[in-house]
Design a protein around this ligand. Structure first.
Ligand SMILES: Nc1ncnc2c1ncn2[C@@H]1O[C@H](COP(=O)(O)OP(=O)(O)OP(=O)(O)O)[C@@H](O)[C@H]1O
Length: 232
């Protein structure tokens, strides 16, 4: 039995994010959120529309800047990063979105390779992208354009792309929101399999209670705040 105590990968303390509103007081999208996530676990972020789930993921991934509080990921203070350090941090985070966001004129293979830094020559980029496409079950679709793929296949390409820089953390924002329940279930299988096989840490916003129940933990948001955890 492994008696090692779990390692904290993500630590948020008193995080707050507001958006200016024309002519009024600012909208508080994330309000004094404190949260820790252990390495190698899958955490579901649930809550009604507008409760702040996407904003919280954007803050953790440093797509948005918080107004207050501290965010640490893999021992690095994320809040306050700028310039090259910020760009380098963003490359260490994998993001999967509800609408896939693939580049429509690029093949599946080129979409997966897109986040790789062009001047790196210390490994075979196409070989890595092919490996990832095989891992998500799309070895035979490398040359396909997104328009020729189903929604589930496009999301698999997006997951392969999110993994190409070997991220320390995978953030998924309603990754099954545009898929039927069967296809969505298979995408969640794939994401949870990454946790099981590769120790990937996953934070996933979802409206789907069945999906949340499959994660190690679910935390619930309401009006920008974390409320009692739905599942422990
Ligand atoms: N860029 C922005 N400018 C202004 N307000 C914003 C911005 N982004 C989010 N908001 C507001 O912040 C609040 C939280 O939004 P957010 O998208 O994080 O919620 P959510 O829980 O992810 O919702 P959904 O489940 O519908 O995606 C909402 O009131 C939203 O309108």
């Amino acid at each position: 039995m492994d008696l090692k105590s779990p390692e904290t990968l993500v630590c948020l303390k008193g995080v707050r994010k507001t958006f200016p509103l024309p002519g009024g007081s600012p909208l508080v999208a994330v309000d004094d959120v404190s949260l820790t996530v252990d390495a190698g676990t899958a955490v579901a972020l649930t809550g009604p529309s507008g409760s702040g789930k996407s904003t919280l993921l954007h803050l953790i991934g440093a797509i948005e800047k918080s107004d207050e509080g501290d965010i640490d990921v893999a021992g690095q203070r994320v809040t306050g990063l700028s310039g090259r350090a910020l760009a380098a941090y963003r490359r260490r985070i994998g993001f999967v979105f509800q609408r896939f966001h693939l580049l429509p004129t690029l093949t599946a293979l080129d979409n997966v390779m897109a986040p790789l830094i062009p001047f790196r020559t210390d490994f075979d980029k196409a070989a890595r992208a092919r490996e990832l496409l095989a891992m998500v079950g799309l070895a035979d679709r490398a040359a396909a354009l997104p328009s020729r793929m189903s929604g589930g296949q496009q999301q698999r390409v997006a997951i392969a792309r999110a993994l190409v820089n070997q991220p320390v953390l995978l953030l998924a924002d309603e990754p099954t929101g545009n898929l039927d329940s069967h296809t969505g279930g298979a995408i969640v299988d794939l994401l949870l399999n990454l946790r099981d096989e590769h120790g990937t840490t996953l934070i996933m916003a979802t409206h789907d209670a069945t999906i949340a129940a499959r994660c190690d933990r679910a935390v619930h948001m309401r009006d920008g705040q974390l409320t009692t955890e739905a599942i422990s």
